[in-house]
Design a protein around this ligand. Structure first.
Ligand code: AMP
Ligand code: GLY
Length: 437
């Protein structure tokens, strides 16, 4: 607690667009005084004090929280959760929002997630898990195509392959089970489902599940859902093809039974449970779970939250009932500006101009995903008031979002804002929201 203001000191762990959105939401809370972010980025630095500690340096982060009398820590990235940040903080009596290492396994192990769903009758694609190559191959050969092959572990987004034919399945299984491309592990072989995908993020406190507004990510790099898979090139809220009944179904038959199941089995989940869901011809089914806020979904979801996010985070961290969450009915839509070449190789350190001017546009926000500051000298834009300029420092660089009474109005406004950002090395999709527009 800050003794001068009687307001809370909060630490946010992470340094991307998701954490920028979390910091922004916390800065709207009347109870929050000072915000720190480790490691943060150039955009986050406008609202929080950045601390040069990596998200997986769990002990250093706990030392920092102790030394600074931090009231609450909020964790963004999965890597920090998998490194046991919540366990370490709780062991030291520090308040933290996020699942324990044991509960975070719902994201890192596809096999754990599938078995949990099977035990609690949660609808998902039919599957079998294999560790022996010959057995997996025989199973795939006898089944239908396309077939989905998922490496059972963290594989930097490259662990899911949709094999169109036997030859492709054989190559993938060889890669994953014989050559141990991602390490020695298992493979989940899954039935291929069809239908629109959407994300349902929920605040979870053991058995208690409070849904956020629905959102949809766009994973492919280029317009028309073409090109390689990325971390996500844009997102929006307000999905006309998912009804209130669909959402209710997903809550009652998917999110709540999973939370209750984890509590019952002795690994209660506390934090954000992310349901990656699909509306198939046979109803809503689970594609995946994540143990954290999604990125870029968080950047469009949290601006719609009208309640005090600090109260929600603190309640979960103290294992208390989650206060009511109110949401704006207006849609939010965001476009990711990524470095040319992403998700492959790309350059860094390229100047970005116009961000400050765009940030002052009515109904527009810019969240920083991968930016930093550089001393470029005369003739360059002064971004931070000390003469330093804004430069690219990652694959995904900025998320430009807008809100308006209609989704198409929000899209036009966001694209107008994007057009005012000047950088030689960025590209973006123009068709975010195409499923709804
Ligand atoms: P995941 O890493 O599990 O989210 O999978 C990445 C992407 O693969 C998903 O967003 C889906 O587009 C696709 N996918 C995963 N599982 C299936 C499935 N059973 N049927 C169809 N597509 C899938
Ligand atoms: N947007 C997908 C994810 O956060 O995993």
């Amino acid at each position: 607690m800050d003794i001068n203001t009687n307001k809370a000191k909060v630490l946010v762990v992470g340094g991307g667009g998701r954490e920028n959105a979390i910091v922004d939401a916390l800065s709207r809370s009347p109870r929050v005084g000072k915000i720190f972010c480790a490691p943060g980025n150039a955009g986050i630095a406008m609202q929080a004090e950045c601390v040069p500690v990596k998200d997986t340096e769990v002990e250093k982060l706990a030392d920092f929280a102790e030394n600074q009398n931090i009231d609450l820590t909020v964790v963004g990235p999965e890597a920090a959760l998998a490194a046991g940040i919540v366990d370490e903080f709780e062991a030291r009596g520090l308040k933290i929002f996020g699942p324990t290492k044991a509960a975070a396994v719902i994201e890192s192990s596809k096999d754990f997630a599938k078995a949990l769903m099977a035990r609690h009758n949660v609808p998902t694609a039919a599957y079998r898990t294999f560790s022996v190559y010959d057995e997996a191959l025989a199973y795939v050969k006898a089944g239908k195509f396309p077939v989905v092959l998922k490496y059972d572990g963290l594989a930097a987004g490259k662990g899911v392959v949709i094999a169109e034919n036997f030859q492709q399945a054989e190559e993938t299984l060889k890669d994953m089970l014989l050559d141990d491309r991602f390490g020695h592990g298992k493979v989940v072989v899954e039935e291929f489902l069809t239908g629109p995908e959407f994300s349902l993020l929920c605040f979870v406190n053991g058995n208690e599940v409070v849904p956020m507004v629905l959102s949809q990510d766009h994973k492919r790099a280029f317009d028309g859902d073409e090109g390689p898979n990325t971390g996500g090139m844009g997102a929006y809220t307000g999905l006309p093809f998912i009804t209130e009944e669909d959402k209710e179904y997903a809550l009652e038959h998917i999110m709540k039974p999973v939370a209750a199941g984890m509590s019952e089995e002795g690994v209660p989940f506390r934090g954000v449970l992310y349901g990656g869901l699909m509306k198939t011809p046979d109803g809503i089914k689970v594609i995946e779970f994540n143990c954290r806020f999604g990125d870029p979904e968080t950047e469009v979801v949290l601006p719609a939250l009208e309640s005090d996010i600090y109260e929600i985070f603190l309640a979960v961290a103290e294992h208390r009932q989650i206060p009511e969450a109110k949401w704006s009915a207006k849609p939010f839509i965001g476009f990711v500006l990524a470095s040319k070449g992403y998700p492959g190789k790309y350059d860094k350190g390229v100047e970005i101009k116009g961000v400050k001017a765009v940030q002052s546009m009515e109904g527009v926000k810019v969240y920083h995903m991968g930016t930093s500051l550089a001393q470029l000298g005369d003739g360059h834009e002064d971004f931070d008031g000390t003469g330093r300029s804004l430069v690219t420092s990652g694959g995904r660089v900025l998320m430009v979002l807008a809100t308006a009474p209609t989704l198409s109005g929000a899209r036009d406004k966001a694209l107008e804002a994007v057009s005012r950002i000047d950088c030689d090395n960025l590209f973006h999709r123009t068709d975010i929201g195409h499923w709804a527009l």
